[in-house]
Design a protein around this ligand. Structure first.
Ligand SMILES: *Cc1c(COP(=O)(O)O)cnc(C)c1O
Length: 368
């Protein structure tokens, strides 16, 4: 496995050999040992947000979007109205989910390099009393921008409204404390900052809100209230669980704790991000976001201006040197992205920067 490329992407990402090794066992879904593994997983996940008293952890099969869709469908009543805060593609996806599910929604969109502010949300909630829920992306992975979650959450609570947080790419690395940040749902997944493999999402759902959500969901398979009720009664997942994904995530969480939990994970990603930003600046590549609003998760870089630069060619050449990059997701400017998350440290990031520098030389890209 040593010559497998390093994934500098926002998931799937590079996992440790130990995490991959945990998938070498076949588990029975009805088996007591497997059910204990699920219970232990949910307990550990709740601890990371200090949510044990206030929230249930409801796991769900599928990619992260499945869990987002399930959270909105389950927790927003059929006559609810969602204010969706958008500054990138994942925010757009939240609004699309509301539309597909038939939940009324209004959107507030800022530029891709503009965080939503608490003052914006205060004004929007004051202007429309029919809003029941606010949905927000914590770290908008399409650029790497960080939205000020804690301040926004306070404003929402003051207005007596409910908050749904897509913390997919920040959970586990950036601190979120359920005792101080009131939310109805916080959504994340196995294959991001916890460094598990992709295949399941999970939702921290406020206990009262979840209990009151019976019958809301327009879907059977994505009904989190039913998923939770069944699991609470039987210890089992409704429908076939992603057993290997659960085992890998459990093992990844043991390593998370051994590493030093959230502060250590945050520190490593922040070092990765700094190494990346400094190294790229030294070869003349500019990042899209100013440092104050850049989360240490994924960085968007302006593509070189030189016509000899083509992303596909660049990507293939960097891959041949052992690093998988990620295309840009902006409509207005040509960019590419480099992830700072996964089982990688600053040395790995520096090696990636060196590979990028070599490739640009090989391609004779001069106008950076
Ligand atoms: C990764 C991610 C998702 C989920 O994407 P999937 O492809 O469904 O796993 C949702 N929101 C954000 C902010 C993400 O980074």
């Amino acid at each position: 496995m040593s010559n497998a490329p390093l994934l500098l992407t926002p998931g799937p990402l590079t996992t440790s050999a130990r995490t991959r090794q945990a998938m070498m066992v076949d588990w029975g879904s009805w088996d007591r040992d497997f059910n204990q593994l699920t219970a232990s997983l949910c307990e550990r996940l709740l601890t990371i947000v200090n949510g044990t008293d206030s929230h249930h952890c409801v796991p769900l099969q599928g990619s992260g979007t499945f869990a987002v869709e399930a959270a909105i469908g389950t927790l927003v009543p059929r006559d609810g109205k969602v204010l969706v805060l958008i500054n990138g593609a994942y925010g757009q996806r939240l609004a699309k989910i509301c539309k597909v599910l038939g939940r009324a929604c209004s959107i507030f969109e800022t530029a891709e390099d503009q965080p939503t502010t608490a003052a914006d949300v205060d004004r929007l909630l004051a202007a429309d009393s029919s809003i029941t829920h606010v949905a927000l992306i914590h770290c908008e992975t399409s650029t790497g921008i960080l939205n000020p979650l804690a301040q926004i959450a306070q404003v929402i609570a003051r207005h007596g409204k409910r908050l749904i947080i897509d913390a997919m790419s920040s959970f586990g690395a950036l601190p979120i404390d359920a005792r101080h940040v009131p939310f109805d749902a916080l959504i994340a997944a196995s294959g991001k900052c916890l460094e598990g493999v992709p295949g399941m999402g999970f939702v921290f759902a406020n206990k009262q809100s979840l209990a009151a959500a019976e019958g809301n969901s327009p879907s059977l398979a994505m009904d989190l209230q039913d998923q939770h009720a069944y699991m609470a009664k039987t210890g089992q997942w409704r429908f076939t669980p992603p057993t290997h994904v659960v085992a890998a995530l459990h093992e990844a969480l043991l390593q998370y704790t051994e590493e030093g939990g959230l502060p250590a994970r945050h520190q490593r990603y922040a070092s990765n991000c700094k190494t990346l930003l400094d190294g790229m600046a030294a070869i003349g590549l500019r990042s899209f976001l100013p440092a104050e609003i850049q989360a240490p998760i994924i960085v968007t870089f302006h593509a070189p201006q030189d016509p000899r630069y083509q992303f596909k060619d660049f990507y293939e050449r960097v891959k041949a040197k052992g690093f998988i990059l990620y295309p840009g997701k902006l409509t207005q400017v040509e960019t590419f992205r480099v992830g700072c998350i996964g089982c990688v440290g600053p040395e790995g990031m520096q090696a990636a920067v060196n590979a990028i520098a070599h490739v640009l030389q090989e391609m004779e890209v001069l106008d950076i």
